[in-house]
Design a protein around this ligand. Structure first.
Ligand code: TXA
Ligand code: MG
Length: 334
């Protein structure tokens, strides 16, 4: 099978929607990362997603909808708190875990009685969802364990020959996945840090939100798998006063031992590293988030064998950046 990157004109969106209607799998843009989608009510098509991606079948998928009505097609018993979060944060980078509706195939949710639902804000994505006319379940459109794709080319690089179309919506605005909040039980619980900050959610909920740590794997099955890993070894530093000096020191030691490291640093720290190889990650942490996965892929393409990533403050989008750095490094802190 040939894989084509299709620009986002109307006839291409219609072509992708027709392929979905025939039970096919296509990649599409969202504001977080690219997704690999199929009709959530077609169990065979859903199974094809797992096959194409090489994803373990016990890891549930997020269902994407373009309206509040779409949420009710896949979820039920939606609490007043969940309703409030829907009206405040959707469309946007928030996934809510809700009670699953009976008719939704079990393979979407890996047998759980809950379903993750999200309403993307990206305009190409919304047109695509509207054209499909059915809820679309999708994981990120990378090969399992690779960094998530933030542009059409990343999807093409991972999935060439496995899907016919990648719908191109340009570069993802956020660049890290959605925040996952479980509102199916008595108190809200944060399962994955992402595009919407915990602070913003707590403000809306009017209470503090419990963060479920990575060891409680059964709650968010995806957390137990190796993730976001380029070929290069990723090492990252905590965020503190001596961070740049420490990174420079580790860089020099690596070079002496024959390694090819590259530093990921905020623009305002760049001059501290002198002539050392670095990728500038922008003027603020939103930019760092947007560039992170692309930088991990770029390091592989440019044959660096070690990525030395600066740490960031842990509030706002920083929590999501730190989470992804911990996963891609396997927790290797310098
Ligand atoms: O931004 C995003 O969320 C992107 C775009 C494509 O929408 N999607 C994404 O999907 O990141 P994926 O499959 O790479 O990650 C989904 C995560 C997994 O860790 C999975 O275990 C968790 O969501 N998840 C899905 N349904 C769940 C449920 N019912 N309960 C708990 N966790 C769930
Ligand atoms: Mg993923």
């Amino acid at each position: 099978m040939q894989t084509l990157i299709l620009d986002s004109k109307e006839e291409n969106i219609a072509k992708c929607a027709r392929y979905i209607a025939r039970g096919g799998v296509v990649a599409f843009p969202t504001e977080t990362v690219y997704g690999l989608g199929a009709d959530a009510f077609n169990a065979d098509a859903v199974k094809e997603i797992f096959r194409v991606k090489g994803r373990p079948s016990d890891n549930p998928l997020i269902v994407h909808v373009c309206s509040a009505r779409g949420i009710r097609e896949v979820a039920e018993n939606i609490s007043p708190l969940a309703e409030k979060l829907i009206s405040e944060f959707m469309p946007g980078a928030l996934t809510l875990v809700l009670k699953k509706k009976k008719g939704l195939p079990d393979c979407v949710t890996a047998g759980l009685d809950t379903v993750g639902v999200r309403m993307p804000s990206n305009s190409v994505c919304r047109e695509f969802l509207r054209a499909c006319g059915v809820p679309i379940c999708a994981p990120s459109a990378n090969t399992s364990t690779k960094p998530s794709p933030t542009c059409a080319q990343h999807v093409y690089d991972d999935l060439y020959g496995k899907i016919p179309y990648v719908l191109d919506g340009g570069e993802c605005e956020i660049g890290l996945e959605s925040t996952i909040l479980d509102v199916s039980g008595a108190a809200p619980r944060l399962l994955r840090a992402g595009g919407i900050s915990k602070e913003a959610l707590e403000k809306a909920c009017g209470c503090s939100i419990e963060v479920v740590a990575g060891n409680t794997v059964a709650l968010c099955p995806g957390m137990k798998y190796k993730h976001y890993s380029p070929k290069a070894e990723v090492l990252f530093s905590a965020y503190y006063g001596g961070m740049s000096e420490r990174i420079a020191e580790v860089y020099d030691t690596l070079v002496l031992s024959g390694k090819r490291p590259v530093i990921l640093c905020a623009d305002f720290n760049a001059e501290k590293y002198g002539e050392r190889k670095m990728y500038k990650m922008g003027a603020d942490y939103r930019a760092y988030a947007r560039l992170l996965f692309a930088s991990l892929r770029r390091a592989d393409a440019e044959n660096y064998d070690t990525v030395l990533a600066e740490g960031v403050p842990s509030d706002g989008i920083g929590a999501a950046i730190i989470n992804r750095l911990v996963k891609s490094s396997g927790g290797k802190i310098i």
